[in-house]
Design a protein around this ligand. Structure first.
Ligand SMILES: Cc1cc2nc3c(=O)[nH]c(=O)nc-3n(C[C@H](O)[C@H](O)[C@H](O)COP(=O)(O)OP(=O)(O)OC[C@H]3O[C@@H](n4cnc5c(N)ncnc54)[C@H](O)[C@@H]3O)c2cc1C
Ligand SMILES: *[C@@H]1O[C@H](CO)[C@@H](O)[C@H](O)[C@H]1NC(C)=O
Ligand SMILES: *[C@@H]1O[C@H](CO)[C@@H](O)[C@H](O)[C@H]1NC(C)=O
Ligand SMILES: *[C@@H]1O[C@H](CO)[C@@H](O)[C@H](O)[C@H]1NC(C)=O
Ligand SMILES: *[C@@H]1O[C@H](CO)[C@@H](O)[C@H](O)[C@H]1NC(C)=O
Ligand SMILES: *[C@@H]1O[C@H](CO)[C@@H](O)[C@H](O)[C@H]1NC(C)=O
Ligand SMILES: CC(=O)N[C@H]1CO[C@H](CO)[C@@H](O)[C@@H]1O
Length: 518
């Protein structure tokens, strides 16, 4: 994509962040590093100069710094889900281990250089995991999956894709609580909570973390767990995202896994109302069986409703599961695949193939409400009304994520998180629009905000709105951290102030759900 287009996009979709000056980290911090620091010059906000310092220093450790030309550079720059997120970085660093991440953070902080952190790049807000004229820290080389000796935990690098994680663990008969789609990144998904097929039974992905390895703003590498001196950081990372440091490893609990019952069905558009009632019905009855899980969506492809689809999963091989009775009762359907018993890898093959990247731009938002069938129908009608004015090439997807009350309960039982969830059956909506023409960015952004506003109002009228906003599917201007409640916000602020007193992650990080915006 031409730079001019990128810049136009940036103006349209992201406010250019102001870079305030950062108190430089004292040189002493740098020289205590195990790396030899050749360049002691300070670039004071000059990002090209900072890239040269990074190159000098990383050469000593055989680190990877990519220039702004060449095929490899372009590949990494573009390695993200939405084409709207491809921004021209001044340089890209691809650290191979936590020590190199530490070196990079120290240099960026000392030189006041703007940066962005990227794991899988699947977040579709421009500027969150991409940066215009700053340093992109690509964690793609931190991609190991190491099973502990007793096989009870696995250390997983943030640069992994869930596909690779499951390929390493499923043959061992084990699984971690992670993403539902193979190509999606680990690092970002884990920070936002993480919705998996095991949520009802195990809680959110980050409620199943034993420890985090984190590079702090001053370059110190710490391991934070529930029972060590960094327990506040450990808890903080269950909601506080990229406000404290860069996570270089997630130690996750493993669980035994076998075959699943897999049933994927498509319905016609004239069954949508019944389908939405079935989703709500499932949540009242079927979802009480923690072995069950559903994944529902409704697509509007180029202004034509293509009808709802459902993926029914049961974490044991069965003929049919009573939990899904509401869907079995719907009558006529097209099997997407005939029902089968298969492994999580088979499920990944089924879901992963439905996503492509290319020049497709994506944007979406979120909101939450207490389970209610009539409200679900009303909200979907708002969505179809609003998306009727989309440009003809655009498509839209409506995803009601069915969340059991147990997701909130398990979070509390596993040490607590900062999301402020109510222990009720609820919907976390995820809806998004895809398009290709960059000149339509602004119009689509406006329609997106209108959809969220109208849906939120409708849920409020029925007294069913929940304040919680799911970070992993939230839009740029949505107040995700504030949705967690005042007490949790204070806790996130305090943890950020403690671990990043110089505000490196607030002032130099390009964008994100940051404390600086509260
Ligand atoms: C096709 C598709 C399927 C999805 N399925 C699911 C799903 O099943 N469950 C679910 O919960 N979500 C899902 N999501 C949403 C997904 O969780 C988010 O897009 C998430 O941001 C992806 O993680 P990532 O590593 O690719 O993020 P990135 O885009 O790389 O990063 C997201 C944010 O986190 C920050 N960040 C990333 N890594 C680190 C780190 N190591 N340390 C500090 N900050 C970091 C980045 O700076 C950025 O702000 C899906 C998204 C897509 C596009
Ligand atoms: C860098 O690579 C060279 C050549 O492969 C090797 O001799 C050297 O030990 C490496 N240095 C480090 C710090 O890994
Ligand atoms: C990890 O990334 C490196 C390149 O950075 C690649 O060569 C390697 O195959 C990847 N490993 C896994 C397990 O994906
Ligand atoms: C619903 O649509 C399908 C085709 O998509 C059609 O076969 C069926 O007759 C329709 N049913 C009703 C009640 O209109
Ligand atoms: C899955 O396995 C169960 C238990 O062995 C069996 O009863 C059922 O028929 C299988 N289901 C399918 C769709 O093959
Ligand atoms: C780095 O920051 C942490 C957290 O604020 C602090 O505990 C540690 O002492 C600092 N290290 C150095 C070398 O300043
Ligand atoms: C990882 C990935 O999907 N990268 C793609 C990003 O988009 C560019 C441009 O369309 C593709 O060439 C990459 O393969």
């Amino acid at each position: 994509m031409a730079t001019s287009l990128r810049n136009a996009l940036l103006v349209a979709l992201t406010a250019t962040p102001t870079i305030q000056s950062v108190t430089p980290v004292p040189a002493g911090v740098i020289s205590t590093s195990s790396h030899i620091l050749r360049a002691q010059q300070t670039c004071t906000g000059d990002v090209k100069c900072t890239c040269e310092v990074l190159r000098d220093v990383l050469t000593d450790v055989n680190g990877t710094l990519l220039p702004s030309d060449g095929a490899t550079y372009k590949d990494i720059e573009d390695e993200n889900y939405s084409a709207a997120c491809r921004l021209p970085a001044a340089c890209i660093v691809s650290p191979k281990n936590a020590q190199e991440v530490s070196t990079v953070v120290k240099i960026l902080s000392q030189n006041g250089a703007k940066f962005a952190i990227r794991s899988g790049g699947h977040n579709y807000i421009p500027g969150f995991a991409s940066v215009d004229e700053g340093v992109l820290i690509s964690l793609s080389s931190l991609n190991s999956t190491e099973l502990s000796e007793d096989k009870k935990t696995a250390k997983i690098g943030p640069g992994n894709r869930w596909q690779a994680v499951y390929e390493a663990l499923v043959p061992e008969g084990l699984v971690v609580v992670g993403g539902r789609v193979g190509p999606v990144g680990v690092g970002g998904l884990m920070l936002g909570g993480g919705l998996s097929y095991l949520a009802t039974q195990r809680g959110l992905a980050f409620d199943n973390v034993k420890s985090y390895e984190v590079v702090l703003a001053n370059g110190t590498i710490v391991t934070a767990s529930a029972d060590n001196e960094y327990s506040d950081l450990y808890k903080g990372l269950r909601g506080g995202t990229s406000n404290f440091g860069i996570v270089t490893s997630y130690e996750l609990y493993t669980y035994p896994v076998g075959d699943f019952y897999v049933d994927a069905r498509a319905y016609s558009p004239n069954q949508t109302t019944d389908f939405l009632h079935a989703v709500a019905e499932y949540q009242k009855e079927g979802q009480l069986d923690p072995s069950s899980s559903i994944s529902a969506n409704i697509r509007i492809v180029q202004l034509l409703e293509s009808g709802p689809t459902i993926l029914l999963l049961y974490s044991e091989p069965v003929q049919q599961a009573k939990a899904f009775d509401a869907f079995y009762a719907l009558g006529t359907y097209q099997p997407i695949v005939p029902a089968f018993n298969g492994s999580l890898l088979d499920i990944m093959a089924l879901t992963g193939s439905r996503f492509s990247t290319g020049e497709i731009r994506t944007y979406g938002e979120t909101f939450s409400h207490k389970t209610d069938a009539d409200l679900m129908v009303e909200l979907y009608n708002i969505f179809t009304e609003e998306t009727a004015s989309l440009p003809s090439g655009a498509s839209a997807v409506w995803v009601p994520n069915s969340i059991a009350a147990s997701v909130a309960t398990l979070g509390k039982q596993h040490g607590g998180n900062l999301l402020g969830l109510e222990e009720v059956s609820q919907q976390w909506y995820e809806w998004y629009i895809t398009w290709t023409d960059p000149t339509q960015d602004r119009a689509i952004w406006d329609i997106s905000q209108q959809i969220t506003q109208r849906c939120t109002d409708a849920a409020k009228v029925k007294d069913l709105l929940l304040p919680y906003l799911f970070m992993n599917t939230a839009g740029k201007t949505q107040g995700v951290l504030n949705s967690y409640g005042a007490g949790n916000v204070e806790s996130i602020k305090a943890t950020a102030a403690k671990y990043d007193p110089e505000r490196v992650f607030q002032t130099l990080q390009n964008d994100g759900f940051l404390v600086r915006d509260l």
